[in-house]
Design a protein around this ligand. Structure first.
Ligand code: AMP
Length: 190
């Protein structure tokens, strides 16, 4: 049966780390729109050239581009089992995803909202800048990404609360503790 999980939350909450682990343990494919975009930037594709300045400014890439990427990924999977990481990020993306899930008979297992206080998020992102050297992990861009999150992505919290799919996860603990909370929220603990 086709199934999906959505990871929602501000930059630095630990979505990527948790999504990777959950995907590998559940046998799902992790679909990170940020990773897909970074791979385009690294390969210097047309899309990468378009996306890079937007990403470096901490802004969101236009919905049509993101929806094109997601549509192509899902179309390539006969029986999708996916963890969406960093998607959807706008109301338009969430509505489009609802339609895709319905059309392709994909059951949404839950929307995991992973959060932590903003000063902790900024501290983590600045630490990641030193470790991974991501060009959008500098202080100015981080501030812009937080603003984009607050303005465009935070409204999705209410959107998914209304559908009853939202599961709130405290992202402040150790990686293992957060993972355990995620498994419990989804009811997939062994
Ligand atoms: P992330 O790795 O998820 O933090 O994404 C890095 C950057 O890629 C974001 O700051 C955006 O510029 C862009 N991006 C990733 N996912 C999306 C999305 N769903 N919608 C719009 N822009 C995105």
């Amino acid at each position: 049966m086709a199934e999906a999980v959505i990871f929602l939350g501000p930059p630095g909450a630990g979505k990527g780390t948790q999504a990777k682990r959950l995907a590998s343990e559940m046998g799902f494919k992790q679909l990170s729109t940020g990773d897909i975009l970074r791979s385009h930037v690294a390969r210097g594709t047309e899309l990468g050239k378009l996306a890079k300045p937007i990403m470096d400014a901490g802004k969101l890439v236009p919905d049509e581009i993101i929806l094109g990427l997601i549509g192509a990924e899902l179309a390539a999977m006969p029986d999708p089992k996916v963890i969406f990481d960093g998607f959807p990020r706008t109301l338009a993306q969430a509505e489009a995803l609802d339609r895709l899930l319905q059309e392709q008979h994909i059951r949404l297992l839950g929307v995991l909202l992973v959060t932590a206080p903003e000063d902790e998020l900024v501290r983590r992102l600045l630490g990641r800048a030193l470790e991974e050297g991501r060009s959008d992990d500098n202080e100015e861009t981080i501030r812009a990404r937080m603003t984009e999150y607050r303005q465009k992505t935070q409204p999705l919290v209410d959107y998914y609360k209304k559908t009853g799919s939202l599961k709130e996860i405290n992202g402040l603990g150790k990686v293992d503790e957060v993972y355990q909370a995620i498994q419990e929220a989804l009811g997939v603990r062994a």
